[in-house]
Design a protein around this ligand. Structure first.
Ligand code: CO6
Length: 438
């Protein structure tokens, strides 16, 4: 029988595994090239994977919700439509042997009662694979909580728990005396995570299960707060000229370029210019080193209709003009709202903007999108009475004003740098040329 193996695809540079969230086919189905086979979810993005061949699905190795490493065989397609019984038996017995490693976890969503019960007290999400390994190897909940995860948001991956087990086993094999001199603390977390207090659920309460993306966002937020001490500075900017310019040119801009211009591209332009002037803010912390990024890639927080949040990235923002920024922002925001972003489009960000003004909010203290070191929140632009100094004395005038707030990583950015950078963004916005040509 000529057969073809469908493997877990590599969906991005840093992606090592994916969860099969949905199979669109079952064993015995006849498929054609480009028929949708399955949906895979990674730490970064969800994708639907089409078949590269015609044939019959003879074997599906992993059920839905399995977390599978890149390159693993997910399914076998018979290219001539025949099922080889011998091969099928061999595969089955091989699967049984391997049940302790890759296959078993998928079958064990509700495996370890102690881990599952304890998870209610935990801020961390454990995949079925990790939970199964924990159960089979008698890893207690406290031990599991102490393992430092290398996945996104500090998530414990298969390799982390296996490394922990290896280290624990070798430590257990040491003679008693040696153990005393070197206590077994194989994977002590760099930052200890606190268990959340138990929550009582009353008869009138509603319990909603978080979806996968919500759990990832939650993990990422906890991790960010633990990894970097945040501080927030706020400035007020008089953006009257840019508001007048935008309102005057809104229709003409859309007619000429086919895209609507809002304030976000103008904010992004000011941020990109300020980042070019303050490279330390366009950086990441790697242990005791600061990695200053050459590219200025600005992430934009986009609220999705399902209530979740995603941050597509405008790459090389400082090299784009206002038309380019507008088009890219609108394209990415639309793709984000329709789940059409490619993994590459949410990677590589070096700074993030979140527009609190979308909700009519005036100020916010956003959480840094790791491994970046700063994030800007833009409040709503409002008309306000303001004192203006004129050659003939002070006057009160109606001006368009907004608050800009910058949360930054105090490990490497002090108030002087954070404040100067933030003020620079405000200066760029305040100095917007009201006569600028579109
Ligand atoms: N001031 C005044 N008017 C505004 C502002 C502000 N800040 N922001 C938007 N608008 C106006 C905008 O100009 C549009 O008006 P018209 O052009 O006159 O029609 C209108 O509001 C709607 O704008 P829209 O949201 O459609 O487009 P915009 O380009 O401004 O924003 C977006 C694009 C993708 C940022 C936005 O659609 C969005 O998703 N915003 C939500 C971002 C978000 O969820 N932030 C919070 C994330 S949670 O970060 C977080 C740290 C935690 C708290």
């Amino acid at each position: 029988m000529a057969s073809f193996n469908i493997v877990m695809p590599k969906l991005g540079e840093s992606i090592q595994e994916g969860t099969i969230t949905k199979w669109f086919v079952k064993e015995g189905d006849t498929i054609e090239e480009d028929d949708m086979l399955f949906e895979v979810a990674t730490d970064k993005v969800d994708s639907e994977i089409p078949s590269p061949v015609d044939g019959v699905i003879t074997k599906i190795n992993y059920p839905e919700d399995s977390l599978v490493a890149v390159g693993e065989v997910l399914a076998v397609v018979s290219l001539d439509g025949e099922v080889d019984e011998t091969e099928q038996e061999e595969t089955d017995s091989k699967d049984e042997k391997e049940a302790k490693t890759d296959e078993a976890p998928a079958k064990a969503e509700t495996t370890d009662a102690s881990v599952d019960d304890s998870r209610k007290l935990s801020n961390r999400f454990y995949s079925p694979l990790v939970k199964t390994i924990a159960k089979e190897e008698n890893v207690s909940f406290d031990e599991l909580e102490s393992i430092e995860g290398s996945g996104v948001g500090g998530r414990v991956q298969k390799k982390d728990i296996l490394a922990y087990l290896e280290s624990r086993d070798s430590s257990a094999a040491q003679p008693e005396a040696k153990k005393e001199s070197k206590p077994a603390a194989p994977a002590a977390p760099a930052v200890e995570r606190k268990a959340a207090p138990p929550v009582s659920v009353g008869a009138n309460d509603t319990v909603v299960e978080m979806d996968r993306i919500r759990k990832l966002i939650a993990d990422h937020m906890v991790m960010s707060k633990q990894v970097s001490p945040h501080v927030t500075s706020v400035v007020e900017a008089d953006v009257t000229d840019l508001v007048i310019w935008r309102n005057k040119n809104k229709t003409a801009f859309q007619e000429r370029y086919g895209d609507k211009i809002t304030f976000m591209p103008i904010f992004t332009e000011a941020v990109a210019a300020a980042l070019a002037e303050f490279p330390m803010v366009n950086s990441s912390v790697d242990g005791d080193k600061i990695v200053i990024k050459k590219d200025i890639n600005v992430g934009i927080a986009v609220a999705k209709p399902d209530g979740n949040l995603i941050v597509p990235v405008i790459k090389n923002a400082e090299q784009r003009n206002l038309v380019g920024l507008t088009k890219e922002l609108n394209r990415l925001a639309n793709a984000a709202r329709n789940n059409k972003l490619d993994p590459a489009e949410i990677q590589g960000g070096t700074f993030t903007i979140t527009n609190f003004g979308s909700f009519g909010n005036i100020i916010g203290t956003p959480i840094i999108n790791q491994p970046q070191v700063a994030i800007l929140a833009t409040g709503i632009i409002e008309k306000k009475p303001a004192v203006l100094e004129t050659p003939s004395g002070d006057v009160i005038a109606i001006r368009h004003k907004m608050y800009l707030s910058l949360s930054y990583d105090h490990r490497i950015i002090d108030g002087a740098l954070g404040g100067a950078f933030l003020r620079r963004i405000a200066d760029h916005l305040e100095q917007f040329d009201i006569n600028r040509a579109i």
